[in-house]
Each structure stands twice: as structure tokens, then as C-alpha cells.
Design a binder for this molecule. Structure first.
Ligand SMILES: Cc1cc2nc3c(=O)[nH]c(=O)nc-3n(C[C@H](O)[C@H](O)[C@H](O)COP(=O)(O)OP(=O)(O)OC[C@H]3O[C@@H](n4cnc5c(N)ncnc54)[C@H](O)[C@@H]3O)c2cc1C
Length: 481
């Protein structure tokens, strides 16, 4: 059989880029046809792996001349279908743009390419007594570029803020192949740069490809104390989190796991979590020793006010490390007890956490699905993981329905559709439940200022043109939609 002739788009990209930067064979492209939300798939016509910003500009020049859509991609750990290519076109994968360009401990700044893996930056900073604060649970795989696009959070962003609070400079290549330099990436930063960086951070790849990032590094805290509180009911654990926040102390992290998560983790990571409890809360205090000394009794009083089964402190760095390993690998551990899971990241005001957690149980029971719940509880950001057998379409459908019902519950409790995973393709049709038409129209006009032809990451974030249009152009992994 003769190979099919390559399209003009592929030929032009091959002419503009190094030989090994362009992948056009279907087998090579298939690797990039979904992200961490594996229920939908769609491959780009061609995948480009640039090493430099100049190669990104060259790619964007070709795509612009061809009128082709462009989808940026980091590590593909996203959980909202943000890296799918429902209209084909060019996918720009940043995994080879993985250099830490500079790290200045005195200025507490690092300049990185977008494909740098989050944990690598943290490790590099740690050698200087510093750290990069945003620490998504996926940090051993996800990229700083992806973190910027999603404004990612993590367990330790409760006190220190999400990605947007740590970005001080950005370089972005827009769909017309222009390079915008903002903040500390600009020769002369202006007072408007912060606002523009705020817009780009969290824009889910709709405004351009981020090619360089300057981040703030923070000093490692003087004192760190880690506690594990266990409760006989999930709502009691939720009330304990609300009580700690209401007490006036602000821990660095407050993470909740229900019994299903704890049991899966214990079988796998042996983190020392009590598997008889209905839920556990992992709390970390950090800061100046004096401050931590003052906060500890206030926090313990709040935890004990909700009748815990037990509250214990980690007694060594090793024990603390095991607890965090258990928390951060919880989603992976669930892979041992189910073939697949579907999760969302709806948020509720922390004061309504107990109601939301109770509601998740009711939604799961009503839909006849198994659920395991994790939460960045201090942020009110809940992750119910609906477990399903990937070979059972019926279970898949029920899990998807349950996910939507939990998001509706979050909105009813005064929360939001997404705390960190983004809207992507998956939640686009739910956007009107949170925002009214004039607000969505304003969002569209802001997008048009960056990308008038809407070629960047199409079919994402904004509702489909036709009601019920869903995630147009993508292929459900099975026939569940
Ligand atoms: C087990 C697990 C745990 C997770 N835990 C967390 C968590 O604690 N907190 C959290 O916030 N998220 C979490 N996530 C979600 C995900 O890891 C984050 O959204 C992460 O920031 C995505 O980074 P990535 O490099 O994988 O990006 P990708 O998945 O490749 O892309 C995500 C989005 O960013 C865009 N994008 C990527 N790179 C660029 C770029 N250079 N320029 C412009 N746009 C770009 C893409 O188009 C896409 O829309 C978790 C995911 C998994 C699988």
C-alpha cells in the first residue's frame, strides 16, 4: 500500500522546522488524542514538538497562513479535555521546551520554558532553601505551561495562592505568530502587565502558546507541622475543616479523603491512614515557629470540637512524607480497585463543605454508582471520583450523570463549576449555569482581542453554538454520550 501524500500544512511545517519536530503519521499522533479525562478523544492533523520560542513562532506562522486551528499541550494531565483537537489542525506539544533558563536565589525568581515539569522546578528551588509553591497532585508529570493555562492549584495553595499569585512574567505567542512579553519577561514592564498576565493565566490555551514564564519562589518555612484527624462520618470531617477556617488560623493545606480513598491508598502506599474512619483530614501548619506555636492549639480545638476518632501529629519527616505520598497518590491508588473513574472539581464555600459532601453520597446512591471522594477541603474544592467499569456503558452513563448533578449541587450551594481543572471541552455546555449571557459575551470579546479568528484551542470553554451540541468533533471513547 502506498503512503498517502502529505497535506500542504504538513509539508509547510516540515519546511519550517527541524526534521524530528513534526509528527504526522496516525500512530504517532494517536498518543496525543486525549488528556487525563480519557472519555473523549480526537487527534490533531499534525503534532509539532518545538524546542524554542522561535520554533513556536514558525509553527504559528504556518498555521496562520493555512487558517488551521492550534491546540497547545503540555504533559496532557489535564482533566477537562482541554488538549483535544476536535477540529484537527496543529497540536503544539511543549515537552521538549523543558529548560530552567535561570534560577536566581537572591531575587527569588526562576525563568522557565513551558515544558518544565512542576516537581523539577520545586526540586531545583529546594537546593537553595526555596520552593515553587503551587503543587498540583500531578506535579511529577504536569508542566508549568499547563499550570499557567489552568491556573492550577494544589494542596499547598490554600495559604500561598494558586499559579496566578506566583507568575511575574510571561511570553506568549498569539495565533497571528506575534510574541507578547509581559511583566518580568518584558524589556520595560508597564502597570497594565499584571492585569494582562491575570487574563492569560487560566485562559486554557485560548489566547496563545505560553513560551516563557518567570515565577516567584518563596522561602521554605521555618516550621512545618502535619496532623491527621479521623472522623466517623464524612460530613463531620467537612465540619471540622469549616471550623478550622472559622477559628482564624489558615493552615498551609487541608486535604480530605473518604474511606474508599483511604483504603485504596493504604493497600498501595501504606501511609498509615486509619482505614476504620469514614474520612480523614490531613492538615499542615507552616510559617515562623512562633506563629505555628500559636496556631496549633487553636486548630486542634477546632478539630476536636467535631468529635474526631483520633487526631495525631506526624512525628518525623519520614512520617510526614508518607502521609503526603498517600494523599498525592490517592487517585492513582484507586486504579487498583476500578477500571476507570470520572471526576470533577466543583467548588463550594468552605462553610458549606459538609452539605456538599453529604450531597455527593446522596447523588451516588440515587444514580447507583460507587464514589470515592478527595477534596482540597480548605479551598472547598471537591473531587468526587465516580468509579466505573470501562466495559460497562451503563455505569459510565450513570457516572457522568452523577458528575453533572454534583456540579449543579456546587452551584446551588453558592460555589462554582471548576476550582482548578478548567472548563475545557467537558464543562463548556454548563457555563451558562454559572454565568449570565452578558458575562459570557464579555468573555468572548476578551478572547477575540487575543484571537479574532478563534483558531486557538477551538470548541473549548464557550458553549457549543447549538444547544446540546456537546463536545463537537470529539469521539466518545465508548458510545456513552
Ligand atoms: C492525578 C491527577 C492529579 C491532579 N491534581 C491536580 C491538582 O492538585 N491541582 C490542579 O490544579 N490540577 C490537578 N490536576 C489537573 C492537571 O494536572 C493540571 O490542570 C495541570 O496544570 C495540567 O498541566 P499539563 O502540563 O498536563 O497540561 P495539559 O493537560 O497538557 O494542558 C492543559 C491545558 O493547558 C493548555 N496548555 C498547555 N500548555 C500550554 C502552553 N504552553 N500555553 C498555552 N496553553 C497551554 C492546553 O491547551 C490545555 O487546555 C491533576 C491531574 C491528575 C491526572
Amino acid at each position: 500500500m502506498h503512503p498517502r501524500p502529505e497535506s500542504d500544512l504538513v509539508r509547510s511545517l516540515r519546511a519550517a522546522l527541524p526534521l524530528d519536530a513534526v509528527l504526522a503519521h496516525p500512530d504517532e499522533r494517536r498518543v496525543y488524542d486525549c488528556d487525563g479525562q480519557t472519555l473523549h478523544r480526537s487527534a490533531a492533523d499534525v503534532v509539532v514538538l518545538p524546542r524554542t520560542a522561535e520554533e513556536v513562532i514558525a509553527t504559528m506562522t504556518v498555521a496562520s497562513a493555512a487558517g488551521a486551528p492550534v491546540v497547545p499541550r503540555g504533559a496532557g494531565t489535564g482533566l477537562s479535555g482541554g488538549t483535544l483537537a476536535p477540529r484537527g489542525g496543529v497540536m503544539i506539544v511543549t515537552s521538549r521546551m523543558d529548560r530552567i533558563l535561570s534560577l536566581d536565589p537572591r531575587a527569588r525568581r526562576a525563568v522557565v520554558q513551558p515544558g518544565v515539569i512542576n516537581a523539577r522546578l520545586s526540586d531545583a528551588a529546594r537546593r537553595h532553601g526555596l520552593r515553587y509553591a503551587p503543587d498540583p497532585s500531578s506535579q511529577t508529570a504536569c508542566t508549568i505551561g499547563g499550570n499557567v493555562a489552568e491556573n492550577s492549584g494544589g494542596p499547598h495553595t490554600l495559604r500561598l495562592g494558586t499559579t496566578t499569585n506566583h507568575v511575574t512574567g510571561l511570553a506568549v505567542v498569539t495565533s497571528d505568530a506575534s510574541m507578547i512579553r509581559l511583566g518580568e519577561c518584558a524589556a520595560t514592564p508597564t502597570e497594565h502587565d499584571d492585569a494582562l498576565m491575570g487574563l492569560v493565566t487560566g485562559s486554557e490555551g485560548l489566547f496563545g502558546v505560553v513560551t516563557e514564564i518567570v515565577v516567584r519562589l518563596v522561602p521554605a518555612p521555618e516550621a512545618v507541622r502535619t496532623f491527621l484527624a479521623s472522623y466517623a462520618s464524612v460530613p463531620a470531617a467537612g465540619r471540622a475543616v469549616s471550623a478550622v477556617l472559622a477559628s482564624g488560623t489558615l493552615p498551609a493545606a487541608m486535604e480530605l479523603m473518604d474511606q474508599a480513598c483511604v483504603r485504596a491508598v493504604e493497600d498501595f502506599a501504606h501511609a498509615g491512614f486509619p482505614s476504620n474512619a469514614a474520612a480523614v483530614v490531613l492538615i499542615e501548619l507552616e510559617g515562623a515557629t512562633e506563629e505555628v506555636n500559636a496556631d496549633e492549639p487553636v486548630m486542634l480545638r477546632a478539630l476536636r470540637g467535631q468529635s474526631p476518632i483520633d487526631v495525631r501529629a506526624a512525628t518525623s519527616d519520614e512520617e510526614r512524607g508518607r502521609m503526603w505520598k498517600g494523599r498525592k497518590q490517592a487517585a492513582g491508588a484507586l486504579g487498583r480497585i476500578c477500571r476507570g473513574f470520572y471526576t470533577h472539581d466543583g467548588c463550594v464555600p468552605p462553610s458549606r463543605l459538609a452539605e456538599a459532601l453529604e450531597g455527593i453520597g446522596e447523588v451516588a446512591a440515587r444514580n447507583g454508582v460507587r464514589v470515592a471522594t478527595l477534596a482540597h477541603a480548605g479551598d472547598g474544592n471537591i473531587h468526587p471520583l465516580f468509579l466505573f467499569d470501562t466495559l460497562d456503558d451503563n455505569e459510565l452513563r450513570r457516572g457522568a450523570k452523577a458528575g453533572r448533578e454534583v456540579l449543579e449541587l456546587c452551584l446551588a450551594l453558592g460555589g462554582s463549576l471548576t476550582g482548578e481543572h478548567g472548563v475545557g471541552g467537558e464543562k463548556r455546555d454548563l457555563l451558562p449555569l454559572q454565568y449570565d449571557a452578558p458575562t459570557i459575551s464579555l468573555f468572548r470579546r476578551i478572547r477575540a482581542a487575543f484571537d479574532p479568528a478563534e483558531r486557538m484551542n477551538p470548541e473549548k470553554v464557550f458553549p457549543a453554538a447549538a444547544p446540546g451540541g456537546g463536545f463537537a468533533g470529539t469521539k466518545p471513547a465508548r458510545g456513552w454520550l
